[in-house]
Design a protein around this ligand. Structure first.
Ligand SMILES: N[C@@H](CCC(=O)N[C@@H](CS)C(=O)NCC(=O)O)C(=O)O
Length: 242
């Protein structure tokens, strides 16, 4: 809830608070992932130092809105030896970056138009949000009906902004199948026998829709299921995705 992130001038979630000697705040899911992965592989630098390699850059959009982006957010800060270990050939690194960016710039924008597509779906989505969140009874009821109605309309605007087709499912199916095709038939994950950060990014986006009509439709109408199931299995086995 907004009041829970009052301490932060960055107003989006997720935010990661790390206790790295001094308290440290990491913003943006892709920065969080790149910083942690860098830290886990290298352990050369403190998390603080690693985070400084992903500086925020403020820009102003044509509409005059200030937006923050983070530099290098798909790049792991590794030396030559570590790089060889994580990315045996350069192409593997380029491919991972390409699809992480695709997940952030395209795939993620298909969620709202799909899960708030109809008033009924918007209500089901908010029912889920309210059940998982920390709402009082009345507050929850209000959030559910007002939130669902608001997001139903917002999602129509998002649909226009991102130039989705009238049938937003079509864009979702196409995107997901494009991903399956990119993984191909000769490997379990884009990362080979184990997921890489692109697998993680795509899984993270799709996972959000679990339990909703959009997710079930996607499972039936696309070829995503075998890959998705493998992701669930490795997560189950290792406790974490990577
Ligand atoms: N690029 C950011 C996007 C984060 C984002 O947009 N989060 C949404 C919720 S999923 C949010 O906090 N929106 C509130 C706002 O934009 O004010 C990331 O991947 O972390």
């Amino acid at each position: 809830m907004r009041k829970e992130i009052k301490f932060s001038s960055y107003r989006k979630v997720p935010i990661l608070l790390a206790n790295a000697g001094s308290p440290l705040q990491l913003n943006d899911s892709s920065v969080i992932i790149s910083a942690i992965k860098t830290y886990l592989v290298s352990r050369r630098n403190s998390l603080e130092e690693i985070v400084s390699f992903y500086p925020p850059v403020k820009t102003v959009t044509e509409q005059g809105k200030e937006v923050v982006e983070y530099e290098n957010k798909y790049w792991l800060m590794l030396d030559e030896k570590e790089t060889k270990k994580v990315y045996p050939v350069k192409e593997v690194r380029v491919e991972e970056m390409k699809w992480r960016k695709w997940a952030d710039d395209w795939l993620v924008h298909l969620i709202s138009p799909n899960v708030y597509r109809t008033p009924k779906e918007a209500l089901a989505s908010f029912d889920y949000i309210v059940r998982e969140g920390k709402f009082g009874t009345l507050e929850g009821l209000f959030a559910k009906y007002v939130g669902a109605l608001a997001m139903f309309f917002v999602s129509k605007r998002l649909k226009k902004r991102h130039q989705l087709r009238d049938d937003v499912r079509e864009d979702l199916y196409e995107a997901v199948n494009e991903w399956v095709k990119a993984v191909g038939k000769n490997r379990l994950f884009m990362g080979g026998n184990q997921p890489n950060l692109a697998d993680l990014a795509v899984y993270g986006v799709l996972r959000v829709m679990e339990g909703l009509e959009a997710f079930d439709d996607m499972m039936v109408h696309t070829k995503i299921q075998p890959w998705y199931q493998r992701m669930e299995e490795v997560i189950e086995k290792t406790g974490v995705a990577i």
